[in-house]
Each structure stands twice: as C-alpha cells, then as structure tokens.
Write a protein that binds this ligand. Structure first.
Ligand SMILES: [Ca+2]
Ligand SMILES: [Ca+2]
Length: 154
C-alpha cells in the first residue's frame, strides 16, 4: 500500500522584484555550513541567509548587470565562495569575490564575446582552480576563463 509522505513544506514566500535568472543557486556564502540561496536580479545579487530560524529576508549587493546566468565557486582559491554572472548587455562575466561573511567585493568584469547567455564551471586545465566556460549566443562561440589569483582569458 502506498502512503503519502510529507517531504516538502513551504517555510515562507518572498516577493521578488526584477529577478533575472530562472534558477536559484545554493552556496555556503556565510561559511556556516548551512547554505544560502542566491538569486540574480536586475543590477543586484540577492542572498537569502540561512539562519537557525530559516531563511532571512534577502540582502542585495548592487552593481550594474543584466544577468543571464549565475554560478558560485571559490574562483581565486582564498577559501571564500565567489559569485559569477554572465551579463548579456556588457558581454562580460561579472565576478563578485566573497569575503566569507555574506558581503562581496566590487564587481570585477572579464570580457567575453557577444551574447553570453549561460556559464558552467570546471577545472579544465587541472590546476586545482575553478575555470568558467561561457556560451556566447550572438557570437556563436564559447569563451573559457581560467581561474587564478588574477583571472585571465585564453
Ligand atoms: Ca574566493
Ligand atoms: Ca583550472
């Protein structure tokens, strides 16, 4: 006999204004072992802190962007999670380097070809640092950014 189990429940719903990307990203931005939820919005990155009472209202880090994709990794290998967004207006990958307690550096931009629409992470050159592959829909190309303490594009 099949029994219904309650496996999901709604904790709280938040109203989002101008969310851009369709997928939330889960990452331990605060370094607390309890992951946060990140969402890219118009000209901002929203972080929902995971507290002992559930998720808090979002904290926004503002910068100019029209993000098409969001991903997280420790790009510069300093032990703090960083946030990357593809920006289809400026044709950049915008990187916010994490400070480990929920705040980020100023946005740093790395140029790619026209129409970056999505990105994926991997260690493509096996040097132990995360790298980024970006699909540029208008240029019909893929740009690869290799992670380092000074990110370079090859
Ligand atoms: Ca980092
Ligand atoms: Ca690498």
């Amino acid at each position: 006999m099949w029994r219904r189990q309650r496996v999901l429940r709604v904790q709280r719903a938040y109203t989002l204004v101008d969310a851009l990307t369709e997928k939330p990203v889960i990452a331990d931005i605060m370094g607390s072992s309890s992951p946060e939820v990140l969402i890219a919005g118009v000209n901002q990155l929203l972080v929902f802190e995971n507290t002992e009472n559930g998720f808090a209202a979002p904290v926004a880090t503002s910068f100019a962007t029209t993000s098409t994709a969001l991903a997280t990794t420790d790009l510069d290998a300093d032990g703090h999670i960083d946030a990357l967004q593809s920006d289809e207006t400026s044709n950049d990958v915008v990187t916010l380097f994490g400070h480990g307690h929920g705040s980020f550096s100023e946005a740093r931009r790395f140029g790619v070809e026209a129409g970056p629409i999505d990105l994926a992470l991997g260690d493509f050159d096996a040097d132990g640092l995360s790298d980024v592959a970006v699909v540029n829909v208008d240029a019909a190309s893929v740009s690869v950014l290799f992670g380092s303490r000074a990110l370079v594009c090859r």
